[in-house]
Design a binder for this molecule. Structure first.
Ligand SMILES: [Zn+2]
Length: 508
């Protein structure tokens, strides 16, 4: 009842609702501005043009230089490519020196130049909108009924069985924008941090667009799912009574951006194909560093925190990085051991800022790999999506005669075996400790779902083999493989691609 705005569950090409904009009197808004993903090219050009190469803002510069990572098979879209890469087609926002040249208005040349400033993802999106074409979702989805249902769903956003797939349909594919906006507003963080509504909305649109829709798993819906899970954890008594508003803001932003611009392949793949990101980050937390830097680039590009004192803004960026880097599953054992130690010694003191930050890191890690803890109907969908992403990587590896990464070979793996291995060696050890820390109904529910899901995958496996299907070579060893695979990671459901399965298991 006290809600003073209407949730803007709108397609991206609709005008900004006045009630959203009028909430903050301070917003200066030009009617020609477009916030919804199809920015006026001239504005866009100005916006990006505002960051100069002489800028001391190295992160924004980095983003301009590198653009987004785009990995595709050789078939299909063939946008701008970096020809030096042998295996992948990568498009870039080519934000190079051309930017400084020629600013002639009108004609096709400037228009083409503007397209080159966009990430491929954004280009596709904006060109689709400019041509007036609907997205993949049919137009009837835009009916008021649907937006009304989406609003109804948000009233239960704290439920563990929240169906993010349905919410994504009801919001016309804009689940990440709408969910994150709703949560920030619900917590009163927009007013508290004096966030400019225009900048915030633009930031969220850009975040969503910089996820790759064509990744089966690492896309904006996964980010929305992780954000919703993070919200559930933030509501847990241990956290809700001790976290500050700043912690909550960081936790939600980290969840929303934690896989930003994920290319759909894992770190070992980037390393073995000499991808420039692997070189840039010296083969260490390559993807996570890129997600973080991409998020910081968007924060600076939109100026979301530009009104804050520079030191606060930089601290926020650093903390955001620390949270996102914690999702590197190859470091899972470090975090888990430290968590266990604290729990054994009962010395977590949540009035201590560094302890709160550590708990936030653990919460984000749990949110990131919580798929096995969801109800079966949701969990199963995630399992199939993440496995398909592994298999697509395996297909590329096979095509280019590279060694096929563990669990990426569709000929010798099954969804069920990968899932059972992931739950046993990665998810269970983490959630068992989380339940020690936060011994609540939610924690028990999550463990309960995981047990049931594991049993269901086991039954399915048995059914398949008793149906006469020949056991595939190596399938019986998948658990073991999953547990000991190289840093390739991203093993199962949890979906942290690029991630190494820890050597430890729950009993250790
Ligand atoms: Zn993730």
């Amino acid at each position: 009842m006290e809600v003073c705005y209407q949730l803007p569950v709108l397609p991206l090409d609709r005008p900004v609702p006045k009630h959203v904009l009028s909430r903050r009197g301070a917003i200066s808004f030009s009617s020609s501005s477009s916030l919804f993903g199809a920015p006026d090219p001239r504005q866009l050009s100005q916006r990006r043009g505002a960051i100069s190469y002489d800028s001391s803002d190295q992160t924004a510069l980095y983003i301009r230089m590198l653009g987004d990572v785009r990995v595709r098979s050789q078939v299909g879209f063939e946008p701008e490519r970096r020809s030096s890469h042998q295996y992948l087609c990568i498009d870039f926002r080519t934000l190079h020196a051309r930017l400084g040249c020629g600013t002639a208005e009108g004609g096709s040349a400037p228009e083409r130049r503007v397209h080159r400033l966009l990430s491929f993802q954004r280009y596709l999106h904006s060109s689709r909108l400019l041509r007036g074409l609907p997205q993949q979702i049919p137009l009837h989805i835009l009916d008021e009924d649907y937006t009304g249902q989406a609003r109804c769903m948000l009233e239960k956003v704290g439920n563990w069985n929240f169906d993010i797939f349905l919410f994504n349909k009801l919001t016309n594919g804009n689940s990440l924008i709408n969910l994150t906006f709703h949560l920030l507003n619900q917590y009163g963080l927009i007013e508290l941090f004096q966030l400019d509504m225009v900048k915030l909305w633009r930031f969220l649109v850009m975040v969503q667009e910089d996820y790759h829709n064509d990744n089966p798993y690492h896309n904006a819906v996964h980010a929305a799912d992780v954000t919703q899970a993070m919200y559930c954890f933030l509501q847990e008594p241990m956290l809700s009574k001790s976290l500050t508003s700043c912690d909550i803001l960081l936790g939600l932003l980290a969840a929303a951006t934690h896989d930003l611009d994920h290319p759909g392949v894992n770190q070992p793949f980037l390393i073995k194909t000499n991808h420039y990101l692997a070189t840039l980050y010296r083969n260490t937390s390559v993807l996570e560093n890129h997600h973080w830097k991409s998020a910081v680039g968007l924060l600076r590009e939109t100026g979301l925190f530009s009104h804050l004192p520079p030191e606060d803004s930089r601290n926020m960026e650093a903390d955001l990085g620390s949270l996102i880097l914690a999702t590197d599953i190859s470091r899972q054992n470090d975090y888990l051991s430290r968590f266990r130690r604290h729990l054994d010694q009962d010395d977590l003191c949540l009035s201590n800022a560094s302890h709160r930050h550590f708990v936030l890191q653990m919460a984000l890690k749990c949110a990131d790999i919580c798929n096995p803890c969801r109800p079966w109907e949701l969990s199963k969908q995630w399992s199939e999506k993440v496995t398909e992403e592994f298999f697509q990587q395996g297909d590329i590896e096979k095509k280019h005669k590279l060694e096929i990464s563990p669990v990426c070979d569709r000929a010798s793996n099954t969804v069920g075996n990968i899932q059972i291995g992931f739950m046993t060696y990665v998810a269970e050890p983490l959630f068992v400790e989380w339940a020690r820390f936060s011994d609540t109904r939610l924690s028990q529910t999550m463990l309960g779902h995981m047990g049931l899901n594991k049993a269901s995958w086991g039954s399915l496996q048995q059914e398949q083999s008793s149906a006469g299907e020949e056991t595939r070579p190596g399938a019986a060893n998948v658990d073991d493989t999953a547990a000991r695979r190289d840093g390739t990671g991203h093993v199962a459901t949890g979906g942290n691609g690029s991630k190494e399965i820890p050597q430890g298991s729950r009993g250790c």
